[in-house]
Design a protein around this ligand. Structure first.
Ligand code: KG4
Ligand code: ZN
Length: 352
């Protein structure tokens, strides 16, 4: 069964063809990230306009790369939430029109859930991808760490899951992005902090780990602690503007702050994952979302858990159509209800 997956929830326009939920025949991603860099974050209007310009060529290219014609496609899956309204609309309206024009079943998928399904992609002949050897087993503990979400979700099976915990304020991705801004590092902050942290002392600062109930997280206190440490480092008090800090901090100071912040941000997640692992004894632990490519997070979890963890190729951690196609396959093959191509609506605030 071949599924065309379409993703436009944020700043990546992407389409992919996935066969039987595990084989990635194509994955085409066009990112508008360069257009947002000057603003230090995604500008919704700019993202939506960019999706509109590239969505049709991206879908065409995904079919060509997969060596498919429309008649080979069994169903279309599209992200309908969560995400930016204007961006989601472009993907959903394109998918609805194509489903009607080519008479294909349509499946609306949850963006956060689809990040988890990047872990089910185990084969591709496309160059440059390192795929996991096998699909994760259930029960599966999913550690969803992205710019939009920080959640721990226990999957008993496909479509049967419980939300164990979530962030009560900022997501871990936002914390990386905000600390990067303080240090004058480019957006997106995650990769730039990871690089800078390699030259720093992770124990130079003792930032706090938020103590939250059960499996919930909090990252806003950590972000404020970083800001206060940076102000103190240059001998200024709390009303010194965060936008002027970077020019006063030396490179070694920045590296130490980046490394110490990353250690605590990662530890915040790792502590809760270990606790959930001990309570629920899942057969697999999977990482999902943009922050899943963080090396420190991967290494710490691998070292501290008694089973090996699963994570997607770095290119499949950030937003892509392949993960949408993978989840679409499991929906279609398990006879989940298809969406109405005349009425599938977007849901900007959809949660798990
Ligand atoms: O999953 P994603 O592409 O978008 C959302 O659905 O939110 O995640 C983007 C987030 C950004 O906050 C970015 O800074 C972070 O993922 N990120 C990383 C790394 N690569 C991307 N954070 C830490 N380490 C990385 N290597
Ligand atoms: Zn995402």
């Amino acid at each position: 069964m071949k599924i065309l997956g379409i993703e436009t929830s944020c700043d990546e326009t992407s389409a992919a063809v996935i066969e039987d939920g595990h084989s990635m025949l194509s994955n085409v991603v066009s990112s508008s990230i360069d257009l947002h860099i000057p603003y230090g974050g995604v500008v919704p209007e700019v993202a939506a306009r960019s999706h509109l310009e590239v969505i049709i060529p991206v879908i065409d290219q995904a079919l060509v790369q997969a060596k498919c014609e429309w008649q080979d496609i069994d169903a279309i899956a599209v992200t309908y939430g969560a995400g930016l309204g204007g961006s989601l609309l472009i993907g959903v309206l394109s998918a609805r029109s194509l489903a009607l024009a080519f008479d294909k079943p349509l499946y609306g998928v949850n963006h956060v859930e689809s990040h988890v399904y990047a872990n089910f992609l185990t084969a591709t002949s496309l160059p440059g991808y390192t795929m996991p050897v096998e699909q994760p087993e259930f029960p599966m503990l999913a550690v969803i760490v992205s710019g939009g979400h920080s959640q721990l979700v226990l999957f008993k099976n496909h479509f049967s899951y419980v939300l164990l915990g979530r962030t009560l304020d900022d997501t871990i991705g936002e914390a990386f992005d905000k600390v990067a801004k303080i240090l004058g590092l480019p957006y997106p902050g995650g990769p730039s902090i990871g690089k800078m942290a390699k030259n720093g002392d992770a124990y130079a600062y003792t930032f706090p780990i938020a103590k939250m109930n059960k499996y919930d997280f909090s990252f806003s206190g950590l972000k404020t602690a970083v800001l206060r440490a940076a102000q103190a480092e240059i001998g200024e008090n709390y009303d010194f503007p965060s936008t002027k800090l970077a020019e006063r901090l030396s490179e070694p100071q920045k590296a130490n702050i980046a490394a110490s912040f990353q250690r605590i941000a990662v530890e915040t997640i790792v502590e809760k994952v270990i606790k959930a692992f001990n309570e629920y004894s899942p057969k697999s632990v999977v990482l999902a979302g943009g922050v899943a490519s963080n090396e420190e997070l991967r290494n710490k979890l691998s070292n501290r858990l008694p089973i090996s963890i699963n994570y997607p190729d770095t290119k499949l951690c950030t937003d892509n159509g392949a993960m949408v196609g993978a989840l679409g396959y499991f929906k279609a093959s398990s006879h989940q209800p298809a969406s109405d191509p005349y009425s599938l609506d977007i849901a900007s605030n959809l949660s798990m």
